[in-house]
Design a protein around this ligand. Structure first.
Ligand SMILES: Cc1cc2nc3c(=O)[nH]c(=O)nc-3n(C[C@H](O)[C@H](O)[C@H](O)COP(=O)(O)OP(=O)(O)OC[C@H]3O[C@@H](n4cnc5c(N)ncnc54)[C@H](O)[C@@H]3O)c2cc1C
Length: 263
């Protein structure tokens, strides 16, 4: 890791570089993501390790690497630097606290990338919805828009000091939705989406973030706005109150329930 940058009180950019990235090849999407692997306390390997090799050692679960998935905010092939923007969400968890404490020279083990989305050049307009965890992919997607493209962007965050400047060659309508700490926070994204006057024509949507929030937005887009599943990239990145391990254990059932919402 070569440097960190505090983007907002809740967002840290970690810039990786060095020979460890020699084999890195960019993915084609604007939501490219990598799988991070953290050595747990007491692990008989690390700090540099091959996650695949470690998986083959048959170690007990508590000594296996902790896995987390993060978006590649940017990859600069000229200087071979890769940036990841981490949400710092308090003292709990593994990846968030790691990023908050990261210093130049620290090691981050990653595999990938893979991807699933790029704004469709054929679409008449783009809709991008999410929270801070989706912000890196939204920012990269906006930067990749064609100058003739149009995008409507709604993003949830904790307040004005948590906003980051977004730029695009296209025409963008960006609004930030601020949490207030009330139970209505979970409705901010779907309410803002309900309030939109959709521009005419074919939309291509990117909807990622907290699971329950994404579920409500998806239901609204499919049932009340007439979007088809193929019109959107939609995935619940994380789930409030659950660690990523707990979330991955129930994610498949949650996605089936999301599908049942609109069956
Ligand atoms: C494809 C993909 C791309 C992603 N890209 C990014 C990215 O670029 N940047 C990013 O920050 N996240 C991103 N995420 C989400 C990230 O993987 C999760 O937020 C992950 O749970 C964080 O791990 P942790 O170890 O910090 O916390 P965990 O150990 O998983 O969770 C500990 C506690 O923190 C809560 N928590 C987790 N994430 C958040 C959050 N964002 N805000 C508030 N509370 C939270 C949990 O609900 C839990 O209560 C992405 C997820 C996916 C699937």
């Amino acid at each position: 890791m070569v440097r960190t940058e505090k983007l907002t009180p809740g967002l840290v950019r970690v810039v990786l570089g060095g020979p460890g990235l020699d084999g890195y090849t960019a993915a084609d999407g604007t939501d490219a993501y990598v799988n991070l692997a953290f050595a747990p306390e007491g692990a008989p390997y690390g700090p540099v390790f091959d996650p695949q090799e470690v998986r083959g050692l048959g170690l007990p679960r508590e000594l296996q690497p902790v896995r987390r998935r993060y978006t590649v905010r940017s990859w600069d092939p000229a200087v071979r630097e890769l940036a990841i923007d981490f949400v710092v969400h308090g003292d709990t968890g593994v990846a968030g606290p790691w990023a908050a404490a990261a210093r130049a020279g620290d090691v981050l083990v990653l595999e990938g990338p893979a991807c699933g989305y790029r704004p469709d050049a054929e679409a008449d307009w783009h809709l991008m919805l999410g929270d801070e965890s989706a912000l890196p992919a939204v920012a990269a997607s906006l930067e990749a828009l064609h100058p003739d493209a149009r995008a409507v962007v709604r993003l949830v965050c904790d307040g004005p000091e948590h906003q980051v400047p977004l730029s695009s060659p296209g025409d963008i309508d960006v609004a930030w939705l601020h949490r207030t700490g009330s139970s209505a926070d979970g409705e901010l994204l779907v309410e803002a989406t309900r309030a939109l006057d959709f521009p005419p024509g074919q939309v291509h949507a990117f909807v990622h973030g907290e699971a329950e929030e994404i579920r409500s937005v998806r239901r609204h887009l499919l049932l009340e706005r007439g979007l088809q599943r193929s019109d959107m990239s939609c995935s619940p990145y994380w789930r409030r109150t659950m660690t990523d391990e707990a979330w991955r254990a129930v994610k498949r059932d949650f996605i089936s329930a999301m599908d049942a919402d609109v069956a």
